[in-house]
Design a protein. Sequence first.
Length: 382
Amino acid sequence: MTTRFDVAVIGAGVFGAWTAWHLGQRGKRVLLVDAYGPANARASSAGESRIIRMGYGADELYTRWSQKSLVQWKEFFAATRQNLFHETGVLWLAGKEDTRLRETADTLRRCGVPFEEFSRAELDRRYPQIGLDGITRGLLEPKSGVLMARRAVAAVVDEAVRGGVEYRVAQIAEPIGTAAINAVVASSGERIEAEAFVFACGAWLGKLFPEILGSRIFPSRQEVFFFGVPAGDARYAPPALPTWLFQEDEIYGMPDLESRGLKIALDRHGERVDPDTQSRLASAEGADEARRFVAQRFPGMRGAPIVETRVCQYENTWNGDFLIDRHPQIENVWLVGGGSGHGFKHGPAVGEYVAGRIFGGVTEEARFSLASKETVQRRAVF
C-alpha cells in the first residue's frame, strides 16, 4: 500500500506533535508516525511534568521563544478545555555566584516578563520550608509553572488528528538517497510518499543518521525522584511552594502536583546511553543523592519516602542549542531535535518554526543549524 502526503513527520514527541499540528493548521496533508506512541515511556517527552519558565540568563532568544510557547500552550488548553498547565510560579535561587540571576532579571525586564526579586531575608520569610544555606538571593517568575508533559503531547496529537492530520504507530526505516527521497517504508509494509520528511526522533536521531549525527547528539541518562509529603502538610504544594531551580546544585524540582509528591530531578548530564537498551530503573546512588538533597533543602521532609522514580533521557547537542535544519545531502529531509533537557516548553514555537522553514516565511536561525553543531560537549544553554 502506498499513501502520499505533503509532509511526513517521524516522531510524536513534543517537537513532532507540534510540528504536525502547525502543518495541519496550514492546510497541509500530514502524516505523523511514532514507533511507540505519543510521549511514550522511552521518549524524552515522556513523564508527568516539565517546567515552563522564561529565564535563560542573558539568552534572549530562548526567553522570547518561551513567551511565545506559553501563549500557545495556554490557548491550546483553553480551546480543548484541558487543565494541563499549573501556574505554580518558578523560583530561581542563587548563591554567591549570581551572575545568571542578574542576567535573567535584565532579560526578563527587557522582554516584559513580570518577576519579583528577593533578598536572603525575604526568602527566609516567604519560604520557611526551604533550606537556604548558601543562598543569597532569589528571583520568582509568578506566571510560569509546569506543563503536564505526557498528557499534553497526547492532547496535541489528538487535536492534530481532529484537524485532519493522519497518525500511525509504526517504525520507519532509515531513509535512502543522496539528493532527495520520495518515500519511506513503515514496519507494516506501507510505503509513505511525501514532498518533505521531518525526523523529530529525539535520542534516536544519532542512530537513524549515524554519519552526520552519531557524534553530534548525546543522549544522557537522567534520574527523577518523587518524595511523599507529610500527611496533612500543605507547605510543599502550590501556592505555598513554587517550582524551583537551585542553579549551583544543578538540581530542580516541583511542588506536590496532583498528589504525586515533591519532584527532585538531577539536571547535570548523566552517562551517555542508548535509548533502546538503557535501564529504566533508578540507581541506588541517584536515590541516595536525592535523599541527601531533600534533607538539606527541605529539612521538614528529611526521611520522607520515595514514592515514585523515573529514568528518562536528555538528547543533548554540544552546547544545548536546538538542531533544526535541512539534511546536508537529502534536500527534502529535515532534522529536528537537540532538546537538551530544556526543549519541552518550546514545542509550540519549534513546530511553528519548522513549518515556516519548510514552506517559507521564517528566517533561518543560525544557532539551530547543523553546521553549528560540534562533537565535544560544552554545555552553555541551561
